[in-house]
Design a protein around this ligand. Sequence first.
Ligand code: NAP
Length: 289
Amino acid sequence: MATEQKENAAKIIDGKAVSADVREKIKAETALLDKKPGLAVVIVGDDPASHVYVRNKKRGCEEVGFNSWVYELPEKTPEAELLALIDRLNVAEDVHGILVQLPLPKHINESAVTERIVPEKDVDAFHSVNAGKILKGEGTLLPCTPAGIMELLSYYNIPVRGRRCVVIGRSNIVGKPTALLLLAADGTVTVCHSKTTDLPAVTREADILVSAVGIAGFVTADMVKPGAVVIDVGMNRDKNDKLCGDVDFHAVSDIASYITPVPGGVGPMTISMLLQNTLTAAKNIFKTN
Ligand code: NAP
């Protein structure tokens, strides 16, 4: 079993347990509200993986007591039609969070779509206004996967302040916002990417190493400092088509102090943080109405 605990091996960060704890707190807080938070999810096309994600998001909403609506649009939906739907959701009173499942079909401009959602309802936190707020350290809606990583660190009382943090990957969705959240938590942060020279020399300096690359077995034991905390964001398929992360889990767990497994680490946090954002968005909107 990939997640078996060996003697002297790294402690396994249990994303499922932390995620369940986050959802319990959201459910309890929701029960105290006069009105229900509501999330609208829009999906365009027939991508099976995207439909699974959307179903899980809807199920998550039901679990914590939110309203939710799923809009399933055909693959050939014109961009203007999708934008018009977003315009309606932007002003819908019961809707506090809007999420358009990515990727979108090629004929639709993703950036035009994410920028069309009003920032107050942008529960993926992809809008430039929310990205800018994160840059300024003022974000209240945080990108879900990076926020999930911070929640895992906090739950396990892993300090970030003053520690060397290395993030491999610089995507707008994972790598860059993760680096900014670690920086906001007073980490000393280095961001690596495909053009980084001598990557192992950089990663070996990390007290906290986050890998968001998307290549199975990418982070090997010789890239990890003994005692480091290793957070594996990768979601890949191994040669047997089994879900796996970026990190060589068996070898690295002998060296690290903490490690996230895949599955069961960062993955389960993402939807919980989406629910957290929806609650935050709803409370912000209730306050201003
Ligand atoms: P992405 O947009 O493809 O970004 C990958 C990053 O890795 C890029 O910045 C790229 O560098 C870098 N990279 C690629 N090859 C490298 C190399 N040889 N050395 C160093 N850096 C290298 O992917 P993403 O959207 O950030 O996602 C990353 C992984 O996380 C994927 O496996 C994805 O499925 C997973 N993911 C998981 C969750 C979750 O909930 N657990 C959520 C989102 C994503 P360049 O910028 O130079 O190209």
